[in-house]
Design a protein around this ligand. Sequence first.
Ligand SMILES: Cc1ncc(COP(=O)(O)O)c(C=O)c1O
Length: 409
Amino acid sequence: MRESDVAERVEALRLSRRAGEMQASPLRKLASIAEKRKMEGIKVYHLNIGQPDLPTSPAVFEAIRSFSLPTIAYAPSNGIPVALAAWKKYYAHYGIQFEESELIVTAGGSEAIIFAMCAICDAGDEVMVFEPFYTNYNGFATISDVRLVPVSLSINNGFHLPEEQEIERCITSRTRAILFCNPSNPTGTIYAKEEMERLVRLARKHDLFLISDEVYREFAYDAEAHSIMDFPDAWDRAIVVDSCSKRFNVCGARIGVLASHHSGVVQTALKFGMARLSVATIEQAAVSPLLGDPGPYTAPLVKEFRHRRDVVYDGLKKIPGVTFYKPEGAFYIVIGLPLRDADHFARWLIEEYELNGETVLLAPAAGFYATPNKGANEVRLAFMLNANDLQRSLDILQAALDRYGKAHH
Ligand SMILES: Cc1ncc(COP(=O)(O)O)c(C=O)c1O
């Protein structure tokens, strides 16, 4: 068959509506340009993604090496007993009581969020989110046929929650849940106890679930990061989604969990779990020792990220015209730039600019908003570099803003 015939037949085959809706990661848009730039000998500082740069604990590799069963069999769909016991112990460490029967081990926090959405939403139902939000929530919503309804936050108060009535305005008869991330990606905001109580009150008033994304729990610098499970009034409706990825630097192990006192949600998540059979057996075993005793690994990690946060915060103070705040947790900050189109600036920065053979890759923040034109002058920085490189990146950013301002005004 000729190539043109194949092309014609392919053309005749229709993809789904969902195929059109599914987003490619906006964070990767500029990555290929960065690769090209590196081939040209330019050093690129990656401030664009949350790919941890620090070594995984040797205990994880030790556990992988010592795996001694003769067959890598399917694990139970809810997780291997040792991993379930380890997650239970992990939560107990933070004063949170979950029984093994209330936990489903998932392929990262990502799968836990998809399971949660699928368990509580019918096609076209709505989940409220606070924008800017973790951009993959869009993809999870498309997979689950859920509509995300954004409530806008503002850089002017460090992306803390608006008043109760303002949030309430976005609740409709189709709203099934409020999904939030605390500490937040992409803003680094940690919600105060009172803000969390606001969400709990609204959820109770409108019969909503609370999907609480707590994958950055340990990364709390200035304020305690409350779990939704710290609020007994939320116990009937809280779904905790969690992950080993960031706190243990094991993103590639793909181990997360869905945890809830709501037995219907857990039983349904288990049925979704059965359909995908199981989560990787060896990785579940490998992260379990860390889950059982997280402190010795996470304490120095969090100290390092606090230092990086301080370097970025102090460095930003020196850059004229930039709007920012002090992120209380996680390892991200959204900053406002003194220009109109951060997307254009980020592209120019990676495509054309260099300072002594070096440049910076940023994530334009518009990709973290659902409302068109929101965050147009904002970018997200991730603190995935050591303090020296972060400082150098900010110097480059400052020089680039100066040059860009002169060239484009
Ligand atoms: C807020 C948030 N939730 C969930 C995830 C999913 O992570 P994973 O599937 O690796 O657990 C991420 C990853 O970056 C994240 O930032």
